[in-house]
Design a protein around this ligand. Structure first.
Ligand code: ES4
Ligand code: ZN
Length: 324
């Protein structure tokens, strides 16, 4: 089965580029930028990756991202991830980035975007991997801050296909971002959002009704609401499920208890994704292997999940048609 998983062409639809920052590269970039990391070694840093909830993780994730300063840092980070994609037979990837994590500490928006985008262009040429960029708003910050970010993105609009909503979910409902999402959609961005990871089903209703999202990131908690499940299916919205993330952040008690199979049986359209692979113990193939081992998925289930990743991607018809 591992070979079957490795050999399947796959698309990744839920991936935070800051979450691909491997400790080894973090130390390397910290050194060349002369920034000190509050951990003595790669081992010590890895030992700190024990989380009891989303916020625990976010605190460490934002700390790690502070090391990134120059365009080249963003290029190197992104290229390292794209090499992984090549190794794992990921043919298309939709990369989320959090500009506010960087602009808040004085890094120009342009350095972030250009570094990431140039790495994607090079990987497209060298490895044949297609890509889409998703600019994510940090939901723990204000609506006003999100509007500022939307403004900063304007000169680079043609390089960014979609917007997302991430960071601390509880207490920061989609409702808080209705106006900025409306403005972004008017500018041509496709709306996406994290919903129902830690937040309850009501946050998913808000994401689909108020933000009009085209896809739901995580969405696990929809299974507590029958009508919501029906509505998601009716609107043909996919959920980007991240199994190892859910285990690491205690969204599920352990991998054997992951509701993925139940969700598939309910008729939901799911994809498998790595979220923050450097922090949660693996890239896409490790996520597929974990879920296959624990839930005894068939080849047909695996094939369906991989097929969905292309069907529900934002890739052009030309790109999709290579795989469907
Ligand atoms: C995230 Cl797993 C998760 N949830 C919400 N926001 C995030 N940013 C990076 N990973
Ligand atoms: Zn995420």
């Amino acid at each position: 089965m591992e070979e079957f998983i490795q050999n399947m062409p796959k698309a990744e639809l839920h991936l935070h580029i800051e979450g691909t920052f491997e400790p080894e590269l973090m130390f390397e970039i910290a050194q060349r930028n002369q920034i000190s990391i509050p951990y003595a070694s790669v081992e010590e840093l890895k030992n700190a990756y024990k989380f009891s909830c989303l916020q625990d993780f976010l605190d460490i994730y934002y700390q790690g991202a502070q090391v990134l300063q120059h365009e080249k840092d963003f290029y190197d980070l992104t290229m390292a991830y794209l090499k992984k994609c090549k190794e794992q037979n990921i043919r298309h990837t939709e990369i989320m980035f959090d500009p506010q994590t960087h602009t808040e500490r004085g890094i120009p928006f342009e350095s972030v975007l250009t570094g990431i985008h140039n790495a994607c262009l090079d990987a497209q040429k060298e490895f044949g991997i297609s890509f889409v960029l998703i600019m994510s708003f940090l939901r723990h910050l204000s609506e006003e801050e999100a509007f500022k970010t939307l403004k900063q993105a304007e000169p680079f609009k043609d390089k960014i296909m979609a917007i997302g909503l991430d960071s601390s979910e509880k207490g920061n409902p989609p409702l808080k971002f209705v106006r900025v999402f409306q403005a972004a959609v008017e500018q041509g961005y496709i709306p996406l959002a994290h919903a129902g990871e830690e937040g309850d089903a009501d946050y998913i209703w808000q994401a689909i009704d108020l933000l009009q999202v085209h896809r739901i990131d995580h969405g696990n908690n929809c299974i507590t609401d029958r009508n919501l499940v029906e509505e998601i299916i009716e609107r043909d919205l996919a959920l980007t499920v991240c199994p190892l993330s859910n285990v690491a952040l205690k969204v599920v008690p352990n991998i054997d208890k992951h509701p993925l199979k139940i969700m598939m049986q309910l008729g939901l359209y799911l994809t498998i994704n790595s979220d923050d692979p450097a922090y949660f113990g693996g890239y896409i193939n490790e996520n597929f292997n974990a879920i296959q081992n624990s839930l005894d998925l068939s080849r047909w289930d695996l094939y369906t999940l991989a097929k969905n990743s292309f069907v529900y991607s934002l890739a052009s018809f030309d790109e999709k048609s290579k795989y469907l």
